[in-house]
Design a protein around this ligand. Structure first.
Ligand code: 5CA
Ligand code: ZN
Length: 409
């Protein structure tokens, strides 16, 4: 699949510092030390509805990760998937009486447009589940042949007991795992499973549903977790730097993915840091496609909201916090954008040297974007109150805000 066009990342004087980030698996900060090419996998959308503010907030977090790395003069190898075949997509297509392929294509196109408008850096490899199937099948066969997977009425399940590290990503107790498994695509109550938590690797063809050739697995379609593992291992290999997604992916998705990879390669961990963004809510509930309480990026754009203001609204919350989208959040972002634009539109201003360091420090410290915004606010306030004589300063500020936070002033 093609991704979306890259917006330019201006080069800044000097160099940023290495990123320290909260790792769900260890429950604490890790300072990542990627090689010259940092490797990151971020779980993509299931394209049955438009990009909402919650998605955008999660992708904003991982965009910041990359911008911090780029500022340390590294390259970034970024991979993202599109879950373009899965139960929720097929169910939505059936409900609305539309072709599931067209629905997925249409929503993926809209997602690309939203990401472009928000200046999110595109992945180098943007891979759909369907196009990954030829790579998934041999992995499932290998897991089955090694005894890490078993068949149940034609479906193939992964055995969580095959991984000695199982549970080490989300660190949840058995009851919590069982509950979340039922809520998030698992089937803990299906009779005949070795362990209720075992996730499906390959689902045998169902009447009226799409299916693909699965070689010795028979016709069917892939499970959700193996999709991301196959794509990540194919394009990044084991031991990449960050696997990212919203906090609702820690269990079962990233937990199971880590176990699949361990059983396949004998290596651990798949990612050096498992990074999770908080959930954005609306009217007291997590914004979710299934609940329907959504604010779409595309709707805001159609209403004429500047995407830079949407981006500032996302940046005004720490990525790990759960927060609520309100009209006030957007109004504050619009006002901030106006203040910043006025401040950088003057030919000179207060020195920006310490400001660039402050933004860099804030972001390198677990992506503290709210503190970075406050630092820019202080510079803009100084500019408004007293101005300054540094001729390069407004340009440095607008380049820094663009390079490090994707905000075009
Ligand atoms: N296709 C899978 C991942 S492989 C999936 O979860 N798709 S999704 O469309 O449901 O979500 C895409 C990303 O947005 C995931 O990282 C998810 O954790 C995140 N996300 C979903 N809802 C919210 C929300 N309300 N707030 C923050 N992030 C969210
Ligand atoms: Zn995923």
């Amino acid at each position: 699949m093609h991704a979306w066009p890259a917006s330019e990342v201006p080069a800044l004087p000097g160099k940023g510092r290495d990123l320290t980030i909260h790792d769900t698996a260890t429950g604490g900060p890790v300072t990542l030390d990627p090689g010259p090419v940092a490797r990151i996998y971020v779980c993509g959308i299931t394209p049955y509805d438009a990009t909402h503010i919650g998605h955008a907030a999660t992708y904003n977090a991982f965009d910041l990760v990359q911008r911090v790395w780029l500022d340390t003069k590294r390259q970034v190898h970024y991979v993202q998937n599109v879950t373009d075949v899965d139960d929720p997509l097929l169910e939505r297509a059936a409900r609305d009486n539309v072709d599931w392929v067209s629905l997925a294509e249409q929503e993926t196109t809209l997602f690309r447009e939203d990401m472009t408008a928000l200046r999110m850096l595109p992945p180098r490899h943007y891979i759909g589940a369907v196009e990954a199937i030829p790579g998934i099948v041999p992995l499932v066969e290998r897991l089955r042949d090694s005894g890490a997977a078993y068949e149940l009425d034609g479906d193939v399940y992964f055995s969580v007991e095959a991984d000695p590290h199982f549970g080490g990503v989300a660190n949840l107790d058995a009851a919590a795992m069982r509950l979340l498994s039922a809520e998030r695509g698992g089937d803990p109550d299906r009779p005949g499973k070795k362990n209720p938590l075992d996730p499906m690797l390959w689902m045998a063809a169902r009447e009226g549903e799409p299916s693909w050739d699965g070689a010795s697995l028979g016709r069917g379609r892939p499970g959700w977790h193996i999709e991301c593992v196959a794509i990540a291992l194919d394009h990044l290999g084991m031991g990449f730097d960050v696997q990212g997604g919203g906090s609702d992916l820690a269990f079962p998705h990233h937990e199971m993915g880590a176990s699949h990879a361990q059983a396949l390669t004998g290596e651990f961990p798949m990612a050096k840091a498992y990074v999770h963004a908080g959930m954005v809510g609306l009217d007291g509930h997590k914004m979710s496609k299934s609940r329907g309480n959504l604010v779409f990026v595309s709707t805001l754009r159609r209403e004429g909201v500047d995407p830079a203001a949407i981006r500032l609204a996302l940046l005004s919350h720490h990525y790990r916090a759960d927060w609520e989208w309100t009209d006030q959040v957007l109004q504050d972002a619009l006002a901030r954008l106006e203040r910043w634009r006025a401040a950088v539109s003057r030919p000179d201003g207060p020195s920006a040297e310490t400001l660039v360091d402050e933004i860099r420090e804030a972001l390198a410290d677990d992506l503290d974007a709210p503190s970075a915004l406050l630092a820019v606010d202080r510079w803009a306030a100084l500019q408004e109150e007293r101005g300054g004589t540094d001729e390069g300063a407004p340009g440095v500020v607008s380049r820094a805000v663009d390079a490090l936070m994707g905000v075009a002033l």
